[in-house]
Write a protein that binds this ligand. Structure first.
Ligand code: PGA
Length: 258
């Protein structure tokens, strides 16, 4: 068993209506109740408009599922059209936030600076944050995987709030951009190499206790066919799963592999 425990996190992105959410959670409830795992958790980052529905369902049926939002703004309120604040999430019982997903970085102009601002603000307000890092295919082919990860992580290791939160309220998802939604998974060796780099970086910049306590999830075309082998790698503490989190069959198969 992994000392840090395993976190299986789903990212539904812009998929599933409220009725699909209810249907999914209804099917998930008996699976989680019949196969409880000590030291492991399940979480799903659900579209914002379905969060309240999901929280109510999870609470009413005592489903041991953490419900998270896919993004949150760094200001508590104000003129930020289209954004969602942490107090708005907390009001409906959501305390988990995903920050810096590559789709946010590539499609919506998220930068290392805004990722840091969103992370610090969420932590300051008591939320727990999973920050995504990862290189593109071009960067990997140019041999820049480590330097890209380093620059993405450096923002987080230099700030006082994030330094202190690592391993407690702040964890990392390594998602090579070339593996997201492509059907191409990083091989266990490639993933382990990146995860070990991240953990060593945290060790050097903050310290061994923090590096040991921080969960590093792998994301990018995780399926029931490859998850077991990925989980066998010493620095992989779980998965951040897009496509395979959408169907109850594949999602519960992943849970069964933990
Ligand atoms: P995928 O997505 O599992 O569909 O590749 C992962 C993610 O984007 O978090």
């Amino acid at each position: 068993m992994k000392s840090r425990g395993v976190l299986l996190a789903g990212n539904w992105k812009m998929n599933h209506l409220q009725k699909d959410t209810i249907q999914f959670l209804t099917a998930l409830a008996p699976v989680l109740k019949n196969s409880p795992k000590t030291n492991s958790q399940m979480r799903i980052y659900i579209p914002a408009l379905s969060l309240e529905t999901a929280v109510k369902k999870v609470t009413a049926d005592s489903i041991p599922l953490q419900v998270g939002c896919q993004n949150a703004h760094f200001e508590k309120s104000g003129a930020f059209t289209g954004e969602i604040s942490i107090p708005m999430l907390q009001e409906i019982g959501v305390h988990q936030v995903l920050v810096g997903h590559s789709e946010r970085r590539q499609l919506f102009g998220e930068t290392n600076e805004t990722v840091l601002k969103r992370t610090v603000s969420a932590l300051d307000q008591g939320a727990e944050v999973l920050v995504c890092v990862g290189e593109t295919l071009d960067e990997r082919n140019l041999g820049k995987m480590e330097s890209v990860l380093q620059s993405q992580l450096e923002f987080l290791t230099q700030n006082e709030t994030t330094r202190k939160a690592f391993g407690n309220k702040l964890h990392i998802a390594y998602e090579p951009v070339w593996a997201i939604g492509t059907g191409v998974t990083a091989s266990p060796a490639q993933a382990q190499e990146a995860h070990a780099f991240i953990r060593n970086f945290l060790d050097r910049k903050i310290g061994p206790d923090t590096a040991n306590a921080t969960r590093i999830l792998y994301g990018g075309s995780v399926t029931p066919a490859n998850f077991k082998e990925l989980l066998g790698c010493s620095d992989i503490d779980g998965g951040l799963v897009g496509g395979a989190s959408l169907k109850i069959e594949s999602w519960t198969q992943l849970w069964a592999l933990i």
